[in-house]
Ligand binder design. Structure first.
Ligand code: GRF
Length: 211
């Protein structure tokens, strides 16, 4: 059981509804003993940064475009060390995590993906594109996945998943909203809380959650 406060960094690129769910869960006590130490976006105009400012959380823009190459960007991101981060949370973060960061935080980076991995994931599957693919396949259920991040996109050990019904007449926008409301905004805070409580381990490449 962790004694010290779990300090997390949240990486964002867009509206930040998953970040807001984390902020709200920390305030409500759904996530125990955790502090959001910093929010980082690759987009200076990401509304998620405004959400962080409104919550009094340090918010930075670290854009790959500002660095001459990927390794320089990777070193900039590893500067997270100064915040003594225990866990990095990718919440709607659309940048491929540099290998320097993965090396610096082995099984300490998690991501929320809006489908039931391994379906509808990997390069090019993000945002509405995921839900367009689900509808094009005629799936009757979809959902969201929280997983550890490794070198490949949407590929690391699965921590939590939650299924969501696909309904007749769904558009990608309607389905995205349902997956956010019924799955993403629940399992991402839950995964952070479980990790903070030392209840998640990885054994032979499989994440094991002990509630
Ligand atoms: C959502 O589709 C989420 O599933 C994905 O990024 C999109 C935006 O998330 N991870 P947010 O509102 O910026 O958290």
């Amino acid at each position: 059981m962790r004694i010290s406060m779990q300090k997390i960094a949240v990486c964002v690129s867009g509206g930040g509804t998953n970040l807001q769910a984390i902020i709200d869960a920390v305030h409500s006590g759904k996530i125990h003993n955790t502090q959001i130490a910093v929010v980082i976006s690759n987009k200076a105009d990401a509304y998620a940064l405004e959400r962080a400012n409104n919550a009094g959380i340090p918010a930075l823009c670290i854009s790959p475009k500002e660095y001459e190459n990927r390794s320089a960007f990777g070193e900039a991101m590893v500067a997270l060390h100064k915040y003594n981060i225990d866990l990095v949370v990718l919440a709607g973060y659309l940048v491929i995590v540099p290998s320097e960061m993965i090396a610096a935080y082995p099984n300490k980076i998690i991501n929320i993906h809006p489908s039931l991995i391994p379906a509808h994931c990997g390069m090019g599957y993000y945002g509405l594109k995921v839900h367009e693919s689900v509808l094009a396949c005629g799936n009757k259920i979809t959902g969201a996945t929280v997983h550890f991040v490794d070198e490949k996109a949407d590929h690391g050990p699965i921590i939590l998943q939650k299924a969501v019904e696909v309904k007749n007449g769904d558009t990608p926008e309607i389905l995205q909203r349902r997956v956010m409301e019924q799955a993403e905004w629940n399992i991402l805070p839950e995964a952070i809380d479980l990790i903070g409580a030392g209840k998640v381990s990885v054994q032979n490449g499989i994440a094991v959650v002990s509630r």
